[in-house]
Design a binder for this molecule. Sequence first.
Ligand SMILES: [Zn+2]
Ligand SMILES: [Zn+2]
Length: 441
Amino acid sequence: MRVRFWGTRGSIAAPGPETLRYGGNTPCVEVRTDDGTLLIFDCGTGARELGLALAKSGPVRAHLFIGHTHSDHIQGLPFFVPAFLPGSHLTIYGPAGIDRSFPSAVGGQMDYAYFPLPIKELPSQVDFEELGEGNFSVDAVRVRTQYLNHTAPCLGYRIEVGGVALVYATDHEPQSHPAWRPDRAPGSHDPNDLLHPGDARHAEFLRDADLVIHDSQYTAAEFPAKLGWGHSPVEYVVDMALVGGVKRLALFHHDPTRGDDAVDALLEACREHASKAGGHLEVIAAAEGGEVTLPERSEAAPVEPGPRAPRVPTRARILVAEDDDSLGDMIKEALEEDGYEVQRAGDGREAVRLAEQQQFNLILLDVTMPHMDGFAACRALRADPRLEGVPIIMLTARSGDEDVLAGFAEGATDYLSKPFALAQFRARIRSWLTRAAEAGA
Ligand SMILES: [Zn+2]
Ligand SMILES: [Zn+2]
């Protein structure tokens, strides 16, 4: 398998003398398997140069995996020359959005207001595959998707072929900061020492990968000011790679303000962090034009079926228990805008009573409420076997380690701290509803 970086910059293109070595183009990574399957991860401005290189040998068969539809990840598509060649066939995979479908989110950037040629008029064959979480195959490549924690529904991709595993995971924010439990044994990289199960799930997604390409936009020092923006500090990324037993990590989605020398310094710090942990993890910083070769070791594994459209609940019913009326109303309004039916409860006791009488697809609980607090309500709800598959999400200003641990101990599915970014909250709700629908709740 050959991997080539065509765009490594996050958020917006940042060309100039400061970014010559790591590059100014937004995300685009080319992956070619030994038997010739062409996979492309994201279609930022780096896709323009990639398209020019591919088009030299005529029409192209390619599989484009889009993590999410923020502009830095799709803006290269209208300038991707193979799309303009009759005989080319592009399959574009990506997550369903909240306010529109995946094809209309990607294709919308080519509407007349933005571009002279609508996507429907491209002379190539363009197919869309809307994805949720799951497994499928493309030729001999096994693909697994998992939701990341971003300000839009966003998927990470894990591909395996010939005994080689590669993970592409951008854009993603830690589920908890700091990520570790306070009683963590010094130097431990045991997933059980992570505070939030969402981070343990993320590390598991990276498990034993030969190469992980990961959002590394911030440092831990910068991160508190960027909380809720949906990106990772590098220290967390190295930790997740260590927890997952990753062999090589490529820092990716570089901040547009970070020049080459600053990326060098970040890389140096990450290498030091990795070497203190025993030196099993190699860290590189993705640079435009850079290549990584991962020798395939075995014959292709048995193939799984192709992707299946995710079951996205259209009229999901959500119960919101929140004693602060203005916040409760704000949450209700946002969730109704996303097409859900929302029922409010003013305290834990009312939430439990409503859940006994009515069916809900998801329950949101504040912690500090009169009569019965969120933890006690969660315990009562979890005692009801009817609610077994229903996600219960704590949404609270109580963000101490012991609170988070208490929430999960009472059976919460997820734990979100206030204040929260509304976009990230909506994406998180959508991913839990999709997961629950897939699990047949
Ligand atoms: Zn991005
Ligand atoms: Zn984004």
